[in-house]
Each structure stands twice: as structure tokens, then as C-alpha cells.
Design a protein around this ligand. Structure first.
Ligand SMILES: *[C@@H]1O[C@H](CO)[C@@H](O)[C@H](O)[C@H]1NC(C)=O
Ligand SMILES: *[C@@H]1O[C@H](CO)[C@@H](O)[C@H](O)[C@H]1NC(C)=O
Length: 106
């Protein structure tokens, strides 16, 4: 393997590590909105559907959604290949554990 290729691979690995170093993946449970900000009635970026996967970055508390006060900042890969950063109610996201997505506070 050439030195350039090796250096390239190191950079790629470093970048993918940084991209999700402290994040968690979540699966959308039912149709909901990806918003510009946490809380009710915020600007809508796109609609998320069941089985869509998002990278959860951090969380903050805002309007309750069925007793769940947490809103998650997530990165979502849109069908056109771009990645969108937005907010979704924790209630609609399954992070693989019981209860809330356990990420650090934003
Ligand atoms: C989510 O994180 C994984 C692992 O770092 C990465 O491969 C993927 O591209 C990320 N997806 C989005 C939408 O940012
Ligand atoms: C949440 O994550 C923290 C840090 O990783 C851990 O100490 C804590 O036990 C977790 N809480 C739950 C409810 O899983």
C-alpha cells in the first residue's frame, strides 16, 4: 500500500470519528417533523418517517410531547444526499434503550 493511500485512509478514519465521536444513532418510530429549533410550532425542515435513522448529537428540554420533555439535535441524511441538522422530539426516536435517548445536554 502506498504512503499516500495510507495517509488518505487515516484522514478518512479521523473524519468519520469526528463526525460521530459522541453521538448515538436513533430510529424514528412514527411520522414526525424535523425542525429548525426544539419545541412546538417551529420551522419545519423535512418530515421523518418510521425506520429513518438519525445521528443524535445532544438533547435539551422544551415543550412536552406526551410527558417527554426532551428534544434531540440530530443529523439526518436526506434522500438527495445532503445532511440536515435539526431537532426532533425524543418521544418519536428509539435509541435502543428503554426511556429517553441518553445523550449529553446541548
Ligand atoms: C451518522 O454517523 C455515522 C457514523 O459516524 C456516519 O457514518 C453517518 O454518515 C452519519 N449520518 C449522518 C446523517 O450524519
Ligand atoms: C446515560 O449515560 C451516562 C454516561 O454514559 C451513564 O453514566 C448513565 O448511566 C446513562 N443513563 C441511563 C439511564 O442509561
Amino acid at each position: 500500500m502506498g504512503e499516500k493511500l495510507a495517509a488518505f485512509l487515516v484522514i478518512v478514519l479521523a473524519l468519520s470519528y469526528v463526525a460521530c465521536a459522541y453521538c448515538l444513532q436513533g430510529t424514528i418510530l412514527s411520522r414526525t417533523l424535523l425542525q429548525l429549533s426544539p419545541g412546538a410550532g417551529q420551522t419545519v425542515l423535512t418530515t421523518l418517517f418510521p425506520t429513518d435513522v438519525v445521528n443524535v448529537t445532544c438533547r435539551t428540554q422544551d415543550a412536552l410531547v406526551y410527558d417527554d420533555p426532551w428534544w434531540l439535535q440530530v443529523t439526518y441524511a436526506a434522500s438527495n444526499g445532503s445532511s440536515i441538522v435539526g431537532w426532533v422530539a425524543d418521544y418519536y426516536v428509539n435509541c435502543g434503550n428503554v426511556g429517553n435517548c441518553n445523550v449529553s445536554q446541548c
